[in-house]
Ligand binder design. Structure first.
Ligand code: NOJ
Length: 702
């Protein structure tokens, strides 16, 4: 409050709370939308502020780090500044559009300590029209060689008690539902107690949240705070100082409590602040990708976005199992494991899925639970349980591989490590060679549970390094990868375009193993939070939405919303998550899943409000076809969808998959209607979405 009054009176918070030594150094974005000011305090502390269209977004905030034995946060002076204009275009290997423009103004502040041994550090800012990125650079120097970061003190001081869309801080888990509250009301521990939601909060600070964090100010500004290019450094959580609405970096520690082990020359990931006065500005921003390095992979011709089905949902819902036997002690008189009779990935069942995939032109099929080890995969914390080359006795890999090939279906690999990543790394080359032998182009990895043996955290530096090693190693073998239970993405898909997606968030699967499932608003928040960093393997496309397991669980969306998710959630890898028999019962709705593309030339975010609704249109790659998806939260609503993005003067046929008039996620989730109609660029569709509902539309030239 105090601050707001000062601003109204025309004061800068810089001048009120800090005695500042030098004149501010400012840099504005190319169209002058955003201005960043940097200034040193009289104590030699680096500080910054940022304004969007002249409105303060970040006020007087400290920058710097604490290092074991010394610090790089004060007693600094500016030795030089450098400015650079960047304006370039690049074409992603895959993505939401064909071409991305990287346009910003760069300001580098070179700093030296005023005390001996005068260590040097640079702070580099890049100011875009829709946000800011900044990072710390440590040049090679005699007085700074190997060092340990004990704390990053980066601050994001906000102008008020904004509305936050948050999940609790955790070093190992991110599959939380979102809470919408004022910053002052964040209470991460309270959420941890909700049954069915991950109970472990390993960060003792109840005021810490994860990024990407979405904020909305009372004046209607949307702010997203995250990071880009997370390499060789821990992930950043944000601690909230509730008295003055200040967020401070809280780096995920290693097993000993240290944050990062570094060696000069080095630079940290970029800290990112995306700002806009429309919610859609946040999702249209490409600053996270622009702050990542170009592809390290020269020949990317083998990287192809894909859709797939798999032996998966039947296990997630408890209707079959990953494991072959009930337990390792369940053996016959010859000491051989006795089959439990519930194993999902058996040859006959696998062939059934392959037949279905082939019949419907899905082209890719994943079998989980094909390899030995699953009897003790969870909760045993054993190091060597998984073997990534030995199939279970009832998974005839030779026969399955040749059967799939004859049906023109690619097999997708699954490697669950159950947290034992050293075991995985030891076997990687052998496992990837075996994949090449059987022509698997893609692997889904998993890291369920504690990281063993040392108890590193999923989001700490040690694991961050492991993820990039996997991205690189799979690239060396020309294998695409989708990582589950890993740190949330930070745009590294630009550098490693074979790294198609991560889970790293609360996907559809939670509906398979908890009664609570996920609130209908969840999918309307994800694009503004988790998806800002990169694609998610969300596993949409559930058709049987109630009583799919013995416990009688239900998904909290309608069927039309499940279809719409293929358009509103961008991902180059999309699972058709349900069982063949459930798709076969609704062949007309299944047509949409068969045809919806995974490659796009253009994306338009038509309208959105986080937590409420979202409407997206995308043009298929190398095609004149368009697809529109819209979703809502627990409230039904009517949306006006203008098709003015279509070519003027051209006639199209739209196929509209919408909620039936009596549909509702709670009482009648599977009721849908399909309507075909002629449309042009002048058409305005008025579409009613049921509570928890959605609409999916394909639009093709007549
Ligand atoms: C959790 C993953 O999210 C899920 O997709 C996978 O099937 C299981 N772990 C087993 O790896």
């Amino acid at each position: 409050m105090k601050r707001t009054i000062l601003f109204l009176l025309g004061f800068s918070w810089f001048s009120i709370c800090q005695v500042l030594a030098d004149e501010p150094i400012s840099v504005s974005s190319p169209s002058k939308t955003i201005t960043l000011s940097f200034q040193m305090s009289s104590l030699g502390e680096p500080m910054y502020e940022a304004k969007y269209k002249n409105k303060p977004v970040i006020i007087s905030s400290h920058l710097g780090l604490e290092i074991e034995g010394f610090n790089l946060k004060d007693e600094l002076r500016i030795t030089d500044t450098q400015r650079k204009n960047i304006d370039e275009q690049w074409n992603p290997v895959w993505g939401e559009e064909k071409t991305i423009r990287n346009r910003c103004e760069e300001l580098t502040i070179k700093l030296k300590q005023t005390i001996s041994p005068e260590r040097e550090m640079n702070i580099v800012f890049r100011v875009f029209d829709d946000g800011i990125g900044f990072r710390y650079e440590f040049p090679e120097q005699a007085a700074l060689k190997n060092f340990i970061v004990t704390k990053e003190i980066t601050e994001f001081s906000l102008t008020g008690n904004h509305k936050a869309f948050w999940i609790p801080g955790n070093y190992d888990a991110n599959a939380y539902p979102y809470t919408i509250s004022r910053l002052s009301e964040v209470n991460a521990w309270k959420l941890a107690k909700i049954p069915g939601y991950i109970p472990v909060i390993n960060d003792p600070d109840q005021n810490t949240v994860q990024t990407p964090l979405l904020l909305k100010t009372d004046e209607g500004l949307y702010i997203n705070i995250h990071e880009a290019a997370l390499l060789n450094y821990p992930a950043m959580l944000l601690h909230i100082e509730k008295d003055d609405y200040k967020l401070t970096a809280n780096l995920v520690p290693d097993a000993f409590g240290n944050k990062a082990y570094l060696r000069t020359p080095f630079h940290t990931p970029w800290r990112t602040i995306i700002v806009g006065d429309k919610a859609t500005d946040i999702i249209a921003s490409r600053i996270i990708l622009n702050l990542n390095e170009p592809s390290k992979i020269k020949d990317t011709s083998w990287i192809k976005p894909l859709k797939f089905i798999g032996v998966w949902w039947e296990m997630i819902t408890g209707n079959s199992t990953w494991s072959y036997a009930n337990s390792l002690s369940d053996v016959d008189s010859n000491g051989k494991l006795k089959p439990s009779g519930k194993h999902g990935a058996n040859t006959a069942n696998v062939k059934r899925y392959i037949d279905f995939a082939s019949k419907h032109g899905i082209n890719n099929f994943l079998a989980e639970g094909w390899n030995t080890g699953w009897e003790e995969w969870y909760g045993y914390w054993k190091e060597d349980i998984f073997d990534f080359i030995t199939p279970y006795p009832d998974f005839d890999i030779e026969e399955i591989a040749s059967y799939a090939k004859s049906k023109k279906v690619s097999l997708l690999m699954h490697h669950e490590t159950s947290g034992s990543v050293t075991n995985y790394e030891r076997q990687m080359d052998t496992a990837y060679r075996m994949m090449k032998h059987y022509e698997y182009p893609f692997v889904k990895t998993g890291h369920v549970g504690r990281i063993i043996p040392r108890g590193e955290h999923h989001d700490g530096q040690w694991m961050v390094n492991y993820y990039s090693r996997v991205a690189q190693k799979t690239a060396d073998y020309k294998i695409m990868v989708d990582m589950h239970e890993v740190v949330r993405p930070t745009g590294l898909q630009r550098t490693y375009p074979n790294w198609l997606a991560c889970e790293s968030g609360r996907g559809n699967e939670v509906n398979g193993f908890t009664r609570e499932g996920t609130a209908p608003s969840h999918e309307t928040i994800l694009p503004f939070t988790r998806l800002v960093g990169g694609p998610m393997d969300f596993t949409p496309g559930l058709f049987k939405l109630r009583n799919y397991n013995e416990a009688g669980f239900s998904v909290h969306t309608t069927l039309a919303k499940q279809l719409a998710l293929y358009v509103v959630f961008y991902s180059p890898v999309q699972m058709l998550a349900d069982l063949p028999e459930n798709y076969e019962k609704k062949p007309d709705a299944f047509e949409f899943l068969k045809e919806v593309p995974v490659e796009w030339d253009k994306t338009l975010y038509l309208d959105a409000e986080p937590g409420e609704f979202l409407m997206t249109a995308r043009q298929q790659k190398d095609s004149e076809n368009w697809y529109v998806g819209a979703i809502t939260n627990e409230n039904s609503r009517s949306l006006d969808i203008s098709l003015s993005f279509l070519d003027k003067g051209k006639n199209y046929i739209a196929t509209i998959y919408s909620d039936a008039i009596d549909a509702s996620w709670k009482d009648n989730p599977e009721a849908y209607t399909i309507k075909k109609m002629k449309v042009t660029a002048k058409t305005n569709l008025k579409i009613k979405l049921a509570d928890g509902g959605g609409v999916a539309i394909s639009i093709k030239p007549e």
